[in-house]
Design a binder for this molecule. Structure first.
Ligand SMILES: Cc1cc2nc3c(=O)[nH]c(=O)nc-3n(C[C@H](O)[C@H](O)[C@H](O)COP(=O)(O)O)c2cc1C
Length: 159
């Protein structure tokens, strides 16, 4: 990628890729409603709302705060993906409630692999499933599809 696009990405790059590629196109790193609309207008099939785990630029909004504000009707069901900062099954539930169709985790899997090898990764998956299931049950959700925005409480800041 870096050899072909020189490490710089623009909307023109996305348009060129879209024109040449008829398969599914997923754009990662969306952090605003305006960019989600641009992506949709260019024919992108799905977006990943992500700040890349805050590793590249630590002055951007948290990905989950952006997710809550996005117009979820821009993309078809199962095409709004989320990552950055998920560390527990509870975090997965709040991401789904905030509008994600599914989520990715980055560093937790690296840490699990580094500290425990395959067993570490198996342990992490089991732990995430248990936490997700426990949180969903405590909310009264029988299936994952029951988790929706009614479980999100808007916080008001008194300064
Ligand atoms: C070591 C490492 C390398 C990464 N390299 C890339 C990359 O080349 N391209 C990219 O889009 N994201 C990259 N990411 C970001 C992940 O794909 C993902 O968005 C991020 O780790 C999610 O946040 P989390 O680690 O808090 O779960 C990288 C993450 C890590 C930890």
């Amino acid at each position: 990628m870096s050899q072909q696009v020189g490490g710089k990405m623009s909307w023109q790059t996305i348009k060129t890729i879209r024109d040449k590629w008829s398969g599914k196109l997923i754009l990662k790193g969306i952090l605003s409603q305006q960019d989600a609309i641009k992506a949709q207008k260019l024919g992108v099939d799905a977006i990943i709302v992500s700040n890349h785990g805050g590793r590249q630029l630590d002055k951007v909004p948290s990905a989950v705060s952006v997710l809550s504000e996005l117009d979820k009707s821009l993309f078809n069901k199962d095409y709004l993906v989320f990552d950055s900062g998920i560390r527990s099954g509870g975090d997965i539930v709040s991401s789904l409630a905030s509008g994600a169709d599914f989520v990715f985790l980055g560093r937790p899997f690296l840490y699990a692999l580094a500290s425990g090898g395959k067993q570490g990764v198996d342990y992490l998956i089991e732990k995430l499933i248990k936490e997700l299931s426990n949180t969903a049950q405590l909310l009264g959700c029988m299936v994952v599809d029951d988790i929706d925005s009614k479980y999100v409480v808007e916080r008001t800041r008194n300064i």
